[in-house]
Design a protein. Structure first.
Length: 291
């Protein structure tokens, strides 16, 4: 099976040829398969946002190539727009990008620009709004009348309404409280499960990555440092910490328990799995316990 996104020697240099020249990403070679849920992590300045903006052509490489469904997206620059419909990107704080008179018009903006019939646009708007749990009566309101969480979901709905093959979200829960964060991420996970589309989630929250992603891409010093399963990446905790990252808190707890002699794997990455293991341990009879 060919990858849905592939990069070949992808590099991007800001302010090239000046004293401010800086390589944001260097020689990136990755393959992302259709239907995968990939977490993207890295410290500030590692190149995460620059990389994902290349995937749908918002940035053009200084060198190297990006392929979407096997096509070099910059082979015909005049056709770059169609790849932006295939690869949808939700920026950090996307609610700041809401600009139409009504929530309906904001969600409809993408599908309308795809040249879809009015009936199809309407169908997509209402399906996307329902998917992110925006009530129908909110569609005719100004987006600026919505709560922070509702604005965030309206902005995500605008990208989902285009039905992209790849959905990329850059810190989609930034600034939200724990309940709002869980709600947004739950909707994204449900979207992935129902549509089997590819999802890339950029986040600094290791718990979220461990809970929702199947694979993790780690960027460090403008390069891909690791790209593997959640288990494989977080098992290299020391290397992650050396580059200023971490592992989920529950993993740290399990590691300390293991060091104290408790029979629990330090390679535990979610609260759910840790809870199950601890309940199992508590349910065992002690060797000297009477029958």
């Amino acid at each position: 099976m060919s990858p849905i996104i592939k990069t070949d020697g992808l590099s991007h240099i800001y302010s090239a040829g000046t004293v401010f020249e800086q390589a944001a990403i260097k020689d990136i070679n990755v393959e992302i398969n259709r239907g995968e849920f990939v977490g993207v992590i890295g410290h500030t300045g590692s190149g995460k946002s620059t990389l994902i903006q290349h995937f749908n052509g918002l940035l053009k490489p200084t060198s190297g190539k990006i392929f979407v469904e096997g096509e070099d997206i910059w082979e015909k620059p005049r056709e770059i727009r169609r790849f932006r419909f295939k690869v949808g990107l939700v920026f950090q704080y996307p609610e700041y990008q809401l600009f139409e008179d009504t929530v309906y018009k904001d969600i409809a903006f993408g599908p309308t620009n795809m040249g879809l019939a009015e009936e199809e646009v309407d169908k997509r708007v209402r399906e996307a709004a329902a998917f992110v749990e925006l009530k129908p009566e909110l569609l005719e309101k100004s987006p600026f009348e919505l709560s922070g969480g509702q604005k965030r979901r309206a902005a995500i709905a605008g990208v989902i309404a285009m039905n992209p093959e790849v959905l990329i979200l850059d810190e989609p829960t930034a600034g939200l409280d724990p309940r709002g964060r869980d709600r947004i991420l739950g909707e994204i996970k449900e979207y992935h499960e129902q549509r089997s589309n590819t999802v890339l989630l950029v986040s600094h929250n290791m718990e979220d990555i461990a809970r929702y992603a199947a694979k993790v891409m780690v960027l460090n010093q403008s390069r891909v440092f690791m790209y593997d399963t959640v288990e494989s990446v977080f098992s290299r905790a020391r290397e992650l910490q050396e580059m200023g990252l971490s592992v989920p808190q529950v993993t740290k707890i399990c590691l300390r328990l293991a060091q104290a002699g408790v029979e629990i794997s330090p390679q535990t990455y979610t609260i759910k799995s840790a809870k199950a293991r601890i309940i199992e341990l508590l349910g065992r009879k002690r060797p000297n316990e009477a029958e």
